[in-house]
Design a protein around this ligand. Structure first.
Ligand code: GAL
Length: 596
């Protein structure tokens, strides 16, 4: 049965310190230090207990981890059968026409003919994506251990809009229920050939390392086999932000180099189990974003003494090492596989044509995409502007580490939702660099979604839901963006847009299903984004695939369930799914332009 009842873990809880050792951090064993601390001390002649002596080493099983650190978990009460019902043909009828249409959906008369000079190569891979914590639910089922997100959602009040949790989500992780089977059957019914999902590390390793949970492995066997049964090629991400809680509390998670071995051992188990059926792998999703979560909210996790501004970069350093080792291991176990990590960002446009804004744009690339792409695609090390800052507190990579890191991505996998303008801070970049208390330090660049006043002050494009204020439809910049990546990082295996999508404004407030199904701005976003990729392809940019976010409505991290990215609506009471119009617009791009 579940690992919880069988396995116990030694967890150094009280007083665990992340001790600084040069610029490296390691967990110091409290058990070792307590032996030197007397159990009591004498104050004014009276013996009193020494508080430090209360710190001790004790053992917790998975159930106790949940009880102590997370608290009660909700469970799904959906009564469904295991066999998915076939999708009725009436659900596969595309929506009526929207705008102009070079992608006639079948039911409409095209106003413009198809563009004969555009096409997706026949081996172009396209599909839809999800991530474990956002869709799985079944949070405690079958021995899953808690991740930091279970703590963030349950314990940190108002960290998530409406204090939503991932306890049930889309119930995608529940083996005894229909959702994951039906998700796969429903995308197959639309002819979607690829599905990218992530594995929950703490489902497989409830404590992050140590005992492996066979029930979790069997669950993902089912997922992968179901995909294959429906002719949907599975693509797997190992880490999409749901760090096993124990690893955060024992050594600070991604802040410690100890994570490298644990990540690689996790990768070894997963590659070994599914490598015969899965060829496309992503090690780590968007380190720019999750390294930016550090420092985690205080008082919920074991503390660290690393200064707050440095924490994201300690995380990044360990991400690069963990990814590189997992990549090398994966290629040795599965020589024909495609392995990469997923970075994120968007096109960076100078707000004005000043040289200061041009410099700001360069720094923005260096501190975002370049943070991970320059080491993995070009040099094994950080770009000079980033290194100038990092070398003040991080141990430089050794020559061996640089060799390890360089060349560890088979494609440039980029999650690219939008674009932004960049400009130099007031007072200039140099003044900012000389003042570490400037809020823009260390990147020392400013950003905005609006054109300059001289250019009219318009937003770069229509805004998404107010719950995603970072997102605007900026699809005009897609060709330039893809060209920039190709020219700058020269990825030999090409570029894949591994996530893109749009939160339809105010979708949450619609109450009628008929209204929800019509998502015009998201539809236009997909239509125009695909057009952007087609233009880039026709101009010689080697785009090899794309994955739309997301297969279904899901837990949008700190925005909870109010912000919707799904191309399928989910009724979270019944777990029923309904295709939205945007799904048809996305699929139709391939019906029209994929070379047979
Ligand atoms: C990405 C992230 C996804 C999803 C999406 C929409 O950055 O990888 O998990 O939340 O953004 O915001």
């Amino acid at each position: 049965m579940a690992v919880s009842s069988l396995v116990r873990v030694a967890l150094l809880l009280a007083g665990v310190v992340l001790a600084q050792n040069g610029t490296r951090f390691s967990n110091s064993s409290l058990a070792a230090s307590t032996s030197a601390i007397p159990a009591s001390t004498t104050i004014g002649g009276t013996p009193v207990a020494n508080p430090s002596a209360f710190a001790t080493n004790f053992h917790l099983n998975v159930e106790q981890l949940w009880d102590l650190f997370v608290g009660p978990i909700s469970t799904a009460s959906v009564n469904t059968t295991v066999a998915p019902t076939p999708v009725p043909s009436s659900e596969l009828i595309p929506p009526p026409p929207l705008y102009y249409s070079p992608f006639p959906s079948g039911q409409q008369q095209p106003m413009y003919p198809k563009n004969a000079s555009w096409s997706f190569p026949s081996n172009f891979w396209w599909g839809v994506a999800s991530a474990a914590y956002q869709v799985e639910g079944a949070a405690k089922d079958e021995g899953r251990g808690p991740s930091i997100w279970d703590v963030l959602t349950h314990r940190v009040t108002n960290f998530i809009a409406h204090n939503d949790t991932g306890d049930i989500a889309d119930n995608h992780g529940d083996n005894a229920s229909v959702p994951f089977l039906s998700n796969i059957a429903r995308i197959a019914a639309l002819g979607v050939p690829y599905y990218s999902f992530s594995i929950s590390w703490s489902r497989v390793f409830p404590f992050g390392s140590g005992p492996v949970n066979e029930e979790a492995l069997a669950h993902y066997d089912d997922m992968i086999n179901t995909c294959l049964q429906y002719n949907v090629t599975p693509m797997v991400t190992l880490y999409h932000w749901d760090l096993p809680l124990v690893l955060q509390n024992t050594y600070g998670g991604w802040l410690s180099q100890s994570i490298v071995n644990d990540f690689v051992e996790y990768a070894r188990v997963v590659f070994g189990r599914y490598g015969d059926r899965v060829q496309h792998w992503f090690t780590i999703n968007e380190p720019i974003v999750f390294c930016g979560f550090y420092p985690l909210p205080s008082q919920y996790f074991t503390q660290t003494s690393i200064p707050a501004k440095q924490q994201p970069f300690f995380c990044g350093q360990n991400v690069l090492l963990a990814h590189a080792e997992a990549y090398r291991l994966g290629k040795s176990m599965m020589p024909n596989s495609m392995i990469s990590f997923k970075t994120n960002g968007g096109h960076k446009i100078p707000l004005t044509n000043s040289s200061a804004d041009a410099q700001a744009v360069q720094r923005a690339w260096d501190f975002n995409e370049g943070w991970f792409a320059t080491p993995t695609f070009l040099t094994g090390d950080y770009a000079p502007s980033l290194k100038a800052y990092l070398s003040t507190f991080l141990t430089p990579f050794t020559a061996e580490q640089k060799r390890l890191i360089n060349g560890t991505a088979d494609v440039f996998a980029h999650d690219a939702y939008t674009s932004q303008f960049y400009y130099a801070p007031d007072g200039g970049i140099d003044a900012c660099l000389a003042n570490s208390s400037n809020p823009l330090y260390p990147a020392c660049v400013n950003t905005t979604y609006t054109y300059s006043t001289a250019d009219g002050g318009w937003n770069i494009g229509p805004a998404a839901d107010p719950g995603s204020p970072w997102l605007h439809k900026a699809t005009d910049w897609v060709p330039a963006f893809l060209r920039y990546i190709q020219d700058t990082w020269k990825p030999a295996g090409g570029i894949a847009v591994t996530e893109f999508g749009f939160a339809e404004p105010f979708e949450y407030s619609k109450t009628l299903l008929a209204d929800i199904r019509w998502d015009p701005i998201r539809s236009q976003y997909y239509h125009d984004y695909m057009q952007g990729i087609l233009i880039a392809l026709s101009e010689g940019v080697n785009v090899v695939g794309c994955l739309a976010w997301s297969i279904v409505d899901n837990l949008e991290w700190s925005s909870g369930y109010t912000v919707k990215f799904g191309m399928q609506y989910v009724n979270f009471t019944t777990q029923e799914r309904t295709y939205k119009a945007s799904f048809f617009y996305y699929v139709d791009a391939f019906n029209q332009y994929l070379q047979k």
